[in-house]
Design a protein around this ligand. Structure first.
Ligand SMILES: Cc1cc2nc3c(=O)[nH]c(=O)nc-3n(C[C@H](O)[C@H](O)[C@H](O)COP(=O)(O)OP(=O)(O)OC[C@H]3O[C@@H](n4cnc5c(N)ncnc54)[C@H](O)[C@@H]3O)c2cc1C
Length: 437
């Protein structure tokens, strides 16, 4: 889970891995995509070259790219973000995260460590809920991930053309920038997407009117005649062939629409285009291992305890879960502070990143993100009382680059709509505390 994680790395890596298409033969315009429809309208059985599970930050660009050469089905459990004012407006960033209704684009979840968190449940995934900050990955990271740097650089441009803007720094963000330079987070690198030490202004997915642009906008690159996007399509299980295979091979999915009706989609036997097609799981850091386990791929004992037939005993599914802790201070201001989310970053040589929010509903925000155990609740309560009295304030926060402490995910039950149980083991490794203290 990377709720407040090393965003720049994750986002950039996801895009980099998938995008290579540069042109388009025909296209649909957002938000009136002809290929997007409710899953209730889907046939009971259908066939595609590629089936993508999860229409989030990774799933949307992937579907757009693959549709240039193949027949693609994109299945998303949430609805469309278009027309949802809470998603569109920067000022309602916290309201979207606080909406805990069953149809909310933000599914609230609490980790076994007791930390409140949020999972996207909407086409566009995290780009519909997040703080919208954009920057390129560290080239070293790209190399370690085994990605082609040239392809990665071309992919960045593909994304930037459609959904990236230069933020306008006003009083609060300018003051934070000057403060970072004063304390030695140098040099000042100006407006750049490059990952370099010092202080810099990065890109944002909010335009000059503070309207959010999301990964769904990337679907304008799709070939409309070869893409189907189904909304409120929750995948319950991936179907695997086992007969005559050395290991299970995915060949279809079972998904349910908003009315609870079951549908099946299968891979066509042969795409006829030099590829056998694939089922691609891009259901997020929690949704992906959850779905694999529900489909019989995971630690055998755990699956058996829930009555799930084991297709492949794979103990590593659900392991290595990490969440990036965020340490923050609220700074009272003598004069009004503008509303803003992340616009710049101080990249330190200690492996920490310093960023800032302008005015926001901090009380709601902290209620949303703070641990729920007895002691912290008392401490938090008194802190919130002070913050509530502040007329003007901004927030400065620090995140560490990839926490060393990791945990694991287990299924709570067999319902894909429910959150799995996740333990992040925050600060288990002393190095994490040393770096951020
Ligand atoms: C509050 C917050 C602030 C953040 N700020 C930033 C930021 O400023 N910059 C940045 O780069 N990153 C930020 N991030 C992180 C970033 O949004 C994520 O890293 C990114 O969205 C992950 O992309 P993904 O495609 O892996 O998953 P997601 O974007 O989560 O997409 C997964 C999709 O799969 C769907 N899904 C799950 N299960 C199923 C199923 N069974 N059937 C069908 N569909 C399913 C979900 O509904 C979801 O739409 C932030 C995250 C949060 C929560």
């Amino acid at each position: 889970m990377e709720a407040f994680g090393p965003w720049r790395f994750i986002l950039a890596a996801i895009f980099a891995g998938f995008l290579h298409f540069q042109g388009s033969c025909s296209s649909d315009a957002a938000p009136n995509y002809t290929f997007m429809q409710e899953a209730t309208k889907a046939p009971q059985v259908s066939y595609y070259d590629y089936i993508i599970i999860g229409g989030g930050t990774a799933g949307c660009p992937l579907a757009a790219t693959l549709s240039q050469n193949f027949r693609v089905l994109l299945l998303e459990r949430g609805g469309s973000p278009y027309g949802n004012q809470n998603i569109t407006n920067l000022a309602t960033f916290v309201d979207t995260l606080k909406d805990t209704s069953p149809t909310s684009p933000a599914q609230s979840f609490v980790s076994e460590d007791g930390v409140v968190n949020t999972r996207p449940r909407v086409l566009g995934g995290g780009t519909c809920l997040n703080a919208g900050f954009y920057t390129h990955a560290d080239p070293e990271f790209v190399q370690k991930a085994g990605l082609d740097l040239d392809l990665v650089n071309r992919s960045y441009q593909w994304v930037e053309k459609v959904m990236l803007f230069e933020p306008q720094l006003r009083q609060w963000q300018s003051a934070v920038r000057d403060g970072l330079l004063e304390v030695g987070v140098l040099p000042y690198n100006g407006y750049t997407f490059e990952h370099i030490y010092g202080t810099k202004v990065g890109g944002t997915i909010f335009d000059k009117d503070n309207h959010r642009h999301t990964a769904v906008d990337l679907l304008q690159y799709a070939n409309p005649s070869d893409l189907t996007v189904l909304l409120h399509a929750t995948v319950h299980r991936i179907l695997f062939k086992t007969k005559g295979q050395s290991k299970p091979a995915a060949h279809g999915v079972i998904f349910k629409d908003a009315a609870g009706n079951e549908h099946r989609a299968y891979l066509s036997n042969e795409t006829g285009k030099g590829s056998m097609g694939e089922i691609i799981v891009s259901a997020g850091a929690l949704g992906s291992p959850q779905l694999l386990m529900l489909s019989g791929i995971g630690p055998a004992q755990h699956l058996k305890s829930l009555g799930i037939e084991v297709l492949l005993d794979q103990p590593m599914v659900g392991q290595g879960m990490a969440d990036n802790h965020m340490n923050f201070i609220v700074v009272p201001s003598p004069s009004p502070v503008e509303i803003s989310l992340v616009q710049q970053v101080g990249i330190t040589r200690l492996g920490t990143y310093i960023e800032a929010f302008g005015r926001n509903d901090f009380v709601k925000f902290f209620e949303l993100t703070t641990p729920t155990n007895e002691t912290t609740t008392k401490t938090t309560k008194s802190a919130l009382e002070i913050i509530e009295r502040l007329q003007n304030a901004g927030m400065i926060f620090e995140k560490t680059s990839g926490p060393v402490s990791t945990g694991y995910l287990k299924l709570r039950n067999r319902n894909p709509d429910d959150n799995p149980m996740v333990t992040f083991n925050y600060f288990k490794e002393p190095e994490d505390l040393q770096r951020c203290a």
